[in-house]
Design a protein around this ligand. Sequence first.
Ligand SMILES: C[S@@+](CC[C@H](N)C(=O)[O-])C[C@H]1O[C@@H](n2cnc3c(N)ncnc32)[C@H](O)[C@@H]1O
Length: 258
Amino acid sequence: MAGYALDNSWERARRRLSLLEQHLDPMTKRRAIALGLGEGWNCLEVGAGGGSIATWLSDQVGPTGKVVATDINTALLQDLQRPNLEPRRHDIVSDDLPEGAFDFVHTRWLLHHLPQPDVAIARMVAAVRPGGWLLLEEVDFFPVHTSESAEYRDFMVALTDTVVKASGRDCFWARALPQLVARAGLSKIGGEGDFPLLQGGSPSAEFFALTAEQMHDRMIASGAISVERMDHALRLLASPDFWAFGGGGVAVWGQRPG
Ligand SMILES: C[S@@+](CC[C@H](N)C(=O)[O-])C[C@H]1O[C@@H](n2cnc3c(N)ncnc32)[C@H](O)[C@@H]1O
């Protein structure tokens, strides 16, 4: 897809996404189980990244179930050799999905990269079978503004702005997700937010540091942050004495009527 800034073919992409998975997987698993995920379910994981949730889903649904794991770049999914798991190269912006085919459709930390998240949401809703569930998990970086460290605040804003620049979006929008899902025609809509503490040196701190490493030249070229200020923020992210709020999680789910 034009404009996605964080190519999964980058040599440290697996490490970077595994850090995100360490931080987010427990919440995703809890939510999926609460929606009834179990044996025999047919699942679609959109923007599957490093594949930890796709792999976990394949364990949960067992031999009678199936998992399709899509991404625009399946470099990190190709090694997942499982009879009930199919990695598929697919762009959620422009490529069709089978309609009414899945008991469970999930995506995480993808929508903020897309110019029109509502188009992707509509496509995912249509892929859910009547009675099946959609679970969307996103991030809204509003909690970073509470940090006492101006360097950390500036760094996170510069980082997130640079990452989503090509899509013309920002990373302070996921608060709109419940409305978007409600308008998409689902029922039994529920949701929850979380605003995790970030400690320097933790997996999520290292995730943002690695994201900045991948985005370094674009961040500096954009003028959004100086090299000195960026280095200062990276030292904070590496120090166990540093604490702040990370990005706020926004999870919304709903059931397809019928
Ligand atoms: C921040 S990563 C999140 C990965 C995974 N969902 C997770 O939470 O661990 C975003 C993923 O979305 C994929 N992606 C970006 N644009 C996409 C698109 N238009 N269609 C499908 N996948 C896309 C990227 O290649 C990347 O793997």
